[in-house]
Design a protein around this ligand. Sequence first.
Ligand code: SF4
Length: 218
Amino acid sequence: MINFDTLISNYLKKELRPKQIGKYFPSETGSCLRKLYYSYKIPREINQELSKIFEMGNLLHDFVNKVLNSSKNPDIQLIDTEVPFKLELNDIIISGRIDNIVKLNINEKLYLVEIKSTSSLQYTEKPSLSHILQLQLYMHFKKIHNGLIIYLEKNSLKSKTFEVNYDEEQAKLAIDRLVKTHSNLTTNVLPEPEAKLDEELIWQCKFCDYQDECENNV
Ligand code: SF4
């Protein structure tokens, strides 16, 4: 008898590719800065369960693209998808992909869209700061100052959509956090355990692969 779980794990298995200091991702700007630091200094393979969750997110993105591109939804036009983003700032490169650019026919405006899959929408009353910062960074450099964050519940396809207005201060904060990370990495300065010290961020600790190192401040 085959074990399909094993087949999926084999299929999703990727070689460990350590991150390169100097190259950063917009999706990480809202991460606990200490966790982000460790992810460069102590590379770890993504565990199997997490890689399955990521793959599920990719599958949902494909579904969202079909929804946005459907002629059954005439109020919205899908302009572009998986839009490459690259920014060179002094000695660092920030690169990623914007999930979607859409145009709403009701107001003829362009919007940058970030899709986030979630196991439950129950407590999603507002977008997370981490997702807002990522979108602000994109809005700042793409000069499209309207954004949407869509949370999609994996097992029901229910969703919650939040409009995010461009905020220059937040965009600068998003950039500054990555610049600060670069400075910490190149000077070997361990950042404060940011998530542990903030009750709005402490949930990140539960999913952190570096709890032991963090506890021991190494
Ligand atoms: S355990 Fe929490 S505070 Fe420490 S690195 Fe991980 S996320 Fe940050």
